[in-house]
Each structure stands twice: as structure tokens, then as C-alpha cells.
Design a protein around this ligand. Structure first.
Ligand code: ADP
Ligand code: MG
Length: 680
């Protein structure tokens, strides 16, 4: 039996109650625990003499228990344990709360290592609830795990130790030996042991590099296998190019980049034996929707249905309206399918899709449901692909007999990541904006200048324009100040500066119908100022909006800020982005400074990666890849090595069917299966 099948309750001291807590951390099995790597390490070898401690510092001391533990009952029935410890240089008081075992764990006269924050009051220095371990048996480096309420680091350490003890003597290393040797990697058992309980920091580094390498390799191989599989199918051939007759009807002339994107896709759909599998990457406002419309038209004229999936209700409805205008005067039948429609509406719509009465279906995740059946899906398009997982992309495609697949993205991914993230896709880049756009002018100001900024917005609105004001939070009480709260903020504006202007509110907790109503009002200029959370981040297109003001701008990632800014400057008017923050930390200055300096999405993405680190690429799920447990894309050297290794292995066995690669295959399955489960 595999360790991934043994429930965590198998470990001693973990019953159903604790297991529920482990589950919160994603740890369900013994195998999961082994792969639940520490977030950080405590280095216990770096001790400070008590006499040199200063208040506020976090330190490790090596000290003997100098007094018996004194248990005191304090208010609320709580317990406090107090004692003194000493080394050659002085005495220190320790305080623990609600731990009745302290007196049995810390023995008078014995020596321990204590780690904690030193506080100073009028009675001298003390540590409250320090971590500790016996000086005689203590490890030099101990793991620090991400925790959840009710689970202590101590419990995690014990679980990890026991789980590691259950590893079979010889575990099957998924990496072939020559790969280990060639890239100077340690073995799996060494890596697992030392990632949790390293003998020193060098051993930890070695373990980490090996595990990162393996995870990136597995990801890489998975993406490549997916690409390979899609190439094995025969494509629906669309032999005649109908795009020109559609393009002629558009109210504008396509840019060269838009034309090239269409040509790439038409050629994929006509000339290749396997289905198209392409990403179109174009900065916000580059006109990806028109490209899709042309391809949908092309698909329908060739006798098939097209599906166009968007991540939010608002966006799906907006696309539906755009398409309705573009397809006016044709006999093409459009359909909208979103989760917010009534059950009866959905049923009728699905019936039309299944019978082939609908030609182009625009919708949200509702398209993915089992009850959505197409009669002849020829082309599946996913907008804002980073909002969807790899598995969801595949699910939309599975609604047809290997239809052509197109995904769209405005989130620029640093080039170094592109290959792995889009390993399964061919790529077209739209590197040109429609003519007549002037760059959005961006300013970074403190809250002391907010009134001036609001005055500026007023002037713009008086000239007939509209504005967005974004604040990070919605609910009452969520913010530290009222200004961080969209509802309160809007109320304040409505009663104050903008009392004579129509102000609207938009946030993620509203019902889809309410959101739509507000968006429609904004699109019709019945609302001049829209106070919103980041729900406006995705794709919304209102050409008349010229100001995007963002409160607490330091809280957003650069990619999000760039997306938000992309909501303005979409028409003929000069547009402005105002970033408000009182945070003058170096990092904030640099990040917001970057926004002011450039409108180039790639440059911004590179800077984001450099300044915030890759954690945020994972945190925000900016990529739709499976969640990784240890790897991090900023390690470009290991990334490149893992790519090289993936190619080597596939050269030996193109589908990894070779017997020696069985463990690797299992790893790939696990990584991608988890995506399917967590992406919803
Ligand atoms: P995105 O690439 O961000 O999805 P959209 O497709 O929403 O961008 O297009 C942004 C705006 O530009 C839309 O209002 C669209 O009508 C307009 N547009 C697209 N292509 C052109 C073009 N070639 N010339 C002028 N305007 C265009
Ligand atoms: Mg778009």
C-alpha cells in the first residue's frame, strides 16, 4: 500500500479531531505529511548569552532551570506558569500560559535551549511562551510548519518524524540515477529526511534543490505529455477561410497583430492534422475579443458550433452583448449560459445547444457542467485563461470530438516562465494596441492628496467622463479604516464630494443580477463614479471611463494593478490612473514607481516577480497550473535544468511508458489530479 493511501490517523496521537485539523492544511495521508514541507527553519545553534539579550529581539538561549515552576491561576480560569532560567551571564524570567505540563517538561537544574522574543518591562527581561527543547538532545536546525488553530508546531514535528519513519527502507526514487548524477542531486530519501530534519542548513539546501528539481520536472513532463496527447487526435478540418467576410463588417480596421493572430488560428484549423491548441497573449485592450469573434464566425460557417468561456458573469454578459452587435445582420444564433440564470432558462438554453439550434455559446463555468452537451463543438475558447485551471480548459474541450482550442490571456507571464506554464500550447502574441490610444498617465500619491484627486475626478465627470474607484475590501468591519471598505467609502462619497453625482457600488458579494444591473448602468453612463473591489479587474470594457483611482494600492500585486489600470484608456480620451498609498517602504515605492514609469505588461510582470517573489504567482493562482508544494519559478537555473531533463527523458521514452519511469508517471498523475480537484 502506498503512503498516500494510509490515513493520517494512522500516526500515534492523531485521532479524528486532529485529523480534521490536518485536513485543513491539505494533509490527509501519511504521504501528504511527508510532502508537507516546512515553511522555515529555526537555527538553534546560534545562541546568545542572557547577559547580552536586549528587549524586542528574537533569540535562542542555552540556560538551566534555576527555580521550580510556579503555577498561578489568573483571571478567566487561565493558568500561568512562571520560572527563572540562568546561564553564566545572567537570569531570565519565562512565562507560559495555559500549559499545565510545563512543570513536568522543564526540570529544575536541567539545561534547555529556549527560543522566543525577549520583552522588557520594569522587572527586567522575560520571554513569553518560548519554544524549547532539551539541550542534550536538541537538533541544531528544526522545522517550522505552517499551522492552523489547534495544531502546534510540536505536533507537526512529531507527525513528520513518525511519517518519515514509515518510509520503506529503499524508497522508489522517481528520478533515474543518471539524472541524479548529471545534475548532482541527492537521493529522494536523503531529500525527504533533510527537508524536514536537516543536520545543518547545507543539507537542507541540498534537499530543497532536489525536491524543487523533481517538482518542476514533473510539471514540465505533465505539460508536455498533454501537448503530445492533443497532437495525437485528428482535427476537425475547417477548409475554407471565412474570416474576411466577417472582418469587413466590423466598425473598425483590425490591427496588424490582430490579423496575424486570426491568420495563425485559421491556418491551425485548416492545415494541421491535429487540433489547434493555441494561446493568444495580448495586453489589456489589445482587442482579443474581436479576434475570437472572427474565429467563431469562421467555425460556424464551416458547419460547427463555437464555445466562448469567460470567468465571471459580468464578463460573459458583456461578451454576449458585444457579439450580439457584431453578429447583427447575420443568421448566426448566439446563446448565453451563466450560473445566474434560472434553472428553467438554463434547461431551455442547454436543449438548444444540444439540438444544434445554437451556433455560438458564450458563458461561464456553467458551460463545463455535465448537462451542457454540444451537438457539434468545433472550437472551444477560454478567455482570461489564468482564471481557469489546466483541467478546466481540458473539460471545455472534452465537450466536442477534439475541437480546436484557443485560450486568451492578458496576464503577461515573465518570459522565463512562459515555456513551462504554456508548455502545452502554441503561442501568438498581440503586440500592438488599436490606433488612437494614448498611454494611461499614472500617479502615485499619499492620502493627503486624496481630496485633490477627488476634485480631479469631479472635473472629468463634469466633462462627461466616468471613473472607477477601487478599494481592497467589501464588508463592514473588514477594513481597519472606513476608507478601506467599499460600502462605507461609497456612502461617504455619495454624501460628501459627489452628493450631486450618480455613484454606484460593485463588489463580489453582490448577486450576479445586481452586479449586472450596476455594470449596465455604468456602461450606459447612468453611473458616473463606480466604487468597486477588484471584481472590475477582469475584462470589463467601458470606453468612456477615464480615471482609475486605487486606494491602498500597496496591497495589490503589480499584475492586478496593471489589469485594473487596463479598465481605462480604452477609448479616444486621455486616461489616468491614480494610486493612493501612505506606505513609503522601499518595496512599495519601487513597485508603484514601476506602474508610473511603464505601461508595458511584460516589464511589469518581470518587476513583480523580482520584487514580490514567486509566492504571489502561486498565491493568486495567476497561471492556472497545479499547486506546487516546494518549487518556485524564480529559480530559473533549476527551471532550465528541469526542462533539459524533461527533454532527455522524453527522447528515451516519448510517452514515459518505459518501466523505469513508472514512479515518475505516478507523480505526474498525482500533481495533475490535484489540479482537477482544487480548481473550482
Ligand atoms: P482585450 O484584448 O483586453 O480583451 P477587447 O477585445 O475588450 O480587449 O478590446 C478593447 C476595446 O478595443 C474594445 O472596445 C474593442 O471594441 C476595441 N477594439 C478592438 N480592436 C480594435 C481595432 N482594431 N480598432 C479599434 N478599436 C478596437
Ligand atoms: Mg478581454
Amino acid at each position: 500500500m502506498s503512503l498516500y493511501e494510509i490515513p493520517i490517523t494512522h500516526l500515534s496521537g492523531i485521532g479524528e479531531k486532529k485529523a480534521a485539523l490536518f485536513k485543513k492544511l491539505g494533509v490527509n495521508t501519511v504521504g501528504d505529511m511527508i510532502e508537507y514541507y516546512p515553511r522555515a527553519y529555526d537555527n538553534w545553534s546560534d545562541t546568545t548569552p542572557i547577559g547580552e539579550l536586549v528587549g524586542g529581539q528574537t533569540a535562542v538561549i542555552r540556560a538551566k532551570v534555576a527555580t521550580p515552576v510556579n503555577n498561578i491561576r489568573i483571571s478567566g480560569g487561565r493558568m500561568m506558569a512562571k520560572l527563572s532560567v540562568c546561564d553564566d551571564s545572567g537570569y531570565l524570567s519565562l512565562v507560559f500560559f495555559n500549559n499545565k505540563y510545563i512543570s513536568s517538561m522543564l526540570r529544575y537544574g536541567e539545561e534547555y535551549l529556549f527560543m522566543g522574543k525577549v520583552a522588557e518591562d520594569k522587572f527586567g527581561l522575560q520571554m513569553t511562551s518560548p519554544e524549547f527543547s532539551s539541550a542534550a538532545t536538541s537538533d541544531a536546525v528544526t522545522p517550522v510548519y505552517n499551522l492552523t488553530a489547534g495544531l502546534s508546531n510540536r505536533v507537526m514535528i512529531k507527525a513528520a518524524k513518525e511519517a518519515l519513519g514509515m518510509l520503506p527502507e529503499v524508497i522508489r526514487d522517481p528520478l533515474p540515477y543518471d539524472i541524479l548524477r548529471h545534475y548532482d542531486l541527492c537521493t529522494l530519501s536523503y531529500a525527504l529526511q533533510n527537508i524536514h530534519f536537516p543536520s545543518d542548513l547545507d543539507a537542507m539546501e541540498r534537499a530543497r534543490r532536489r525536491l524543487v528539481f523533481e517538482e518542476l520536472l514533473v510539471l514540465n513532463l505533465g505539460m508536455r505529455l498533454m501537448k503530445r496527447q492533443s497532437k495525437e487526435h485528428t482535427a476537425v478540418r475547417m477548409t475554407t477561410d471565412y474570416t474576411a467576410e466577417f472582418i469587413d463588417k466590423l466598425p473598425f480596421t483590425l490591427t496588424g497583430a490582430q490579423q496575424r493572430a486570426i491568420a495563425d488560428c485559421v491556418s491551425d484549423m485548416r492545415d494541421k492534422p491535429s487540433p489547434m491548441n493555441r494561446l493568444i497573449q495580448g495586453d489589456v485592450g489589445s482587442g482579443k475579443t474581436a479576434v475570437c469573434a472572427a474565429l467563431c464566425y469562421h467555425t460556424v460557417r464551416n458547419g460547427y458550433q463555437a464555445a466562448f468561456m469567460a470567468p465571471t458573469d459580468i464578463l460573459a454578459r458583456q461578451h454576449y452583448e458585444t457579439f450580439t452587435k457584431m453578429f447583427a445582420g447575420t443568421d448566426i444564433r448566439l446563446e448565453l449560459l451563466t450560473g445566474s440564470m434560472t434553472a428553467a432558462e438554463k434547461r431551455k438554453t442547454r436543449a438548444r445547444i444540444e439540438s444544434g439550434e445554437s451556433d455560438i455559446v458564450i458563458g461561464t463555468h456553467a458551460l463545463l457542467s455535465e448537462s451542457t452537451v454540444f451537438s457539434a463543438l468545433g472550437c472551444a475558447i477560454t478567455d482570461e485563461q489564468h482564471r481557469f485551471g489546466v483541467a478546466q480548459r481540458a473539460r471545455l474541450a472534452s465537450k466536442g470530438e477534439h475541437p480546436h482550442v484557443l485560450v486568451l490571456s492578458a496576464t503577461p507571464i515573465p518570459r522565463t516562465l512562459g515555456l513551462i506554464i504554456y508548455g502545452d500550447l502554441d503561442i501568438t502574441i498581440i503586440d500592438e494596441l488599436p490606433p488612437g490610444r494614448s498611454e494611461v498617465q499614472t500617479y502615485f500619491i499619499g492620502t493627503d492628496k486624496r481630496d485633490r484627486a477627488l476634485g480631479f475626478i469631479k472635473k472629468q465627470v463634469d466633462e462627461g467622463r466616468q471613473a472607477y474607484i477601487v478599494c481592497p475590501l467589501v464588508e463592514e468591519g473588514e477594513g481597519e479604516t472606513p476608507l478601506e471598505n467599499a460600502n462605507d467609502y461609497a456612502a461617504e462619497l455619495m454624501l460628501g464630494v459627489f452628493r450631486d453625482y450618480p455613484v454606484g457600488i460593485l463588489h463580489g458579494k453582490m448577486k450576479p443580477k445586481e452586479k449586472d444591473a450596476v455594470m449596465a448602468q455604468f456602461a450606459n453612463n447612468e453611473i458616473s463614479i463606480l466604487v468597486a473591489t477588484t471584481v472590475v479587474e477582469v475584462g470589463v470594457d467601458v470606453k468612456n471611463a477615464t480615471v482609475m483611482m486605487i486606494e491602498n494600492a500597496e496591497r495589490f500585486g503589480l499584475s492586478t494593478l496593471h489589469q485594473l489600470r487596463g479598465r481605462v484608456g480604452r477609448g479616444e480620451y486621455q486616461s489616468y490612473c491614480i494610486l493612493i498609498s501612505d506606505n513609503r517602504g522601499e518595496n512599495t515605492e519601487q513597485r508603484l514607481g514601476t506602474m508610473c514609469r511603464t505601461n508595458n505588461g511584460f516589464e511589469i510582470a518581470d518587476m513583480d516577480l523580482k520584487l514580490r517573489g514567486p509566492g504571489d504567482f502561486f498565491g493568486n493562482r495567476q497561471h492556472g497550473l497545479p499547486e506546487l508544494s516546494i518549487a518556485d519559478f524564480s529559480d530559473t537555473e533549476t527551471l532550465a535544468q528541469s526542462q533539459e531533463a524533461a527533454e532527455k527523458l522524453l527522447a528515451i521514452s516519448p510517452d514515459l511508458s518505459h518501466d523505469g519511469m513508472r514512479a515518475l508517471r505516478a507523480k505526474i498523475r498525482r500533481l495533475f489530479k490535484e489540479t482537477e480537484n482544487t480548481m473550482n
